[in-house]
Ligand binder design. Structure first.
Ligand code: 8DG
Ligand code: MN
Ligand code: MN
Length: 370
């Protein structure tokens, strides 16, 4: 008789940075549903539940196979009752009533539409919705509304920048940035980061880190790149934020999602002739170019590793990496540096951390946003 050995119990870590995850998501049917729920909680400013669903999605994305019965989730971390109830419903009927209700909800649909515009966050979207608007044409026709520069460009290039950017397009932009940087300084460094560095085939933008090996020489690098792109006539939008980085002020008390390095958020005109295999998706209007969102960040060379790690993402991976550093290694990680906390932390803070670690749920009340 055949002896069946039980399949080995694979322990899945509660930390995304401790889980091997491919770009192949076998559990899209669940994670798509979770994302709708998370987003809806985000719109309603219920941070804890939003995070819980994002965390659950991240766990399912790391699994090599699709979950086919609820029993298979027993050993998995970060899946609460609500999450499991949604999964059960999907397993039984292929859909979730709660998710479908949200998807047909007027407020959710409107906020989702408005926040899809570059420069429009949940606050602005909510404001427009409350004033009774539910379409772009209503927003654009409303006399009392002052769009900022970013939002104007967001609407102007909406069709292009809401379309996914392909790897070939990211590479073409890479060579444009590369050329600009090397025209400024021959030893300049350009690294593709964000989703494309993680191996994704498509992205919503293209993220680059640019710097110089010589410390201090990176100052002014971004403004010089911007000048070159402008001169080439391919800069459709640019918001530049100068560096506010000060090593002597680190580590900052509160966890920071954003960093202090010089950065710019751009919309770049990309010629199809520069892209191997042409532009992604066929163009009905016969234009030979498309607009692409590009982010550039420019840390000093000695902060390069931390900036690269921080900008590679995913957001969940970054959150868990910092949480892992804090709770399992007693260290503080951000986009600038890694600090040993054991020397500086008070007893009270230490106890707080231990609570977080055991509970897995990090609430707002604890004052730790991660
Ligand atoms: P996508 O563009 O394909 O949608 O995915 P992504 O590349 O993972 O997302 P992203 O929104 O471009 O962000 C890339 C990483 O950059 C993400 O882990 C968060 C990180 N990041 C920072 N600081 C900042 C910042 O100031 N602005 C933005 N937009 N992202 C930042 O660490
Ligand atoms: Mn990106
Ligand atoms: Mn980005």
């Amino acid at each position: 008789p055949q002896v069946t050995t039980p399949s080995p119990v694979v322990r899945v870590s509660q930390y995304a940075c401790q889980r091997r995850t491919t770009t192949e998501n076998q559990n899209k049917i669940f994670t798509d549903a979770f994302e709708v729920l998370a987003e809806n909680y985000e719109f309603n400013e219920i941070e804890g539940r939003c995070l819980a669903f994002r965390r659950a999605a991240s766990v399912l994305k790391s699994l090599p196979d699709m979950v086919r019965c609820l029993g298979a989730t027993e050993q998995l971390p970060c899946l609460g009752e609500h999450t499991k109830a949604v999964m059960e419903e999907i397993l039984q009927s292929g859909r979730s009533f709660e998710v479908e209700k949200i998807l047909s909800d007027e407020r959710y649909r409107t906020l989702k539409l408005f926040t899809s515009v570059f420069g429009v966050g949940p606050k602005t979207a909510e404001k427009w919705y409350r004033r009774g608007m539910s379409s772009f044409s209503e927003v654009l026709a409303e006399p009392g509304i002052q769009l900022n520069r970013m939002q104007q460009s967001g609407f102007l290039h909406y069709g292009d920048i809401s379309k996914a950017v392909s790897k070939a397009e990211a590479q073409a932009l890479g060579s444009i940035i590369d050329e600009a940087v090397h025209a400024i300084t021959p030893d300049g460094v350009v690294a593709l980061t964000g989703g494309f560095r993680r191996g994704k085939a498509f992205g919503h933008d293209v993220d680059f880190i640019v710097t110089t090996p010589e410390l201090g020489k990176e100052e002014g690098l971004l403004t010089s790149i911007i000048k070159i792109l402008k001169k080439q006539g391919i800069l459709l939008f640019c918001e530049y934020q100068a560096s506010t980085f000060d090593m002597s002020k680190l580590p900052s008390r509160r966890f920071e999602a954003m960093d202090h390095f010089a950065k710019c958020f751009l919309i770049v005109r990309l010629e199809g002739s520069r892209v191997e295999g042409g532009l992604h998706g066929c163009r009905a209007d016969g234009r030979g170019w498309r607009a692409v969102r590009v982010d550039l960040v420019s840390p000093p060379a000695d902060r390069y590793a931390f900036a690269l790690l921080g900008w590679t993402g995913s957001r969940q991976f970054e959150r868990d990496l910092r949480r892992y550093a804090r709770l399992e290694r007693r260290m503080l990680l951000d986009n600038h540096a890694l600090f040993d906390k054991t020397k500086t932390q008070s007893k009270k803070e230490m106890e707080k951390d231990l609570e977080c670690k055991d509970g897995c749920v990090v609430t707002k009340k604890m004052g730790v946003k991660n």
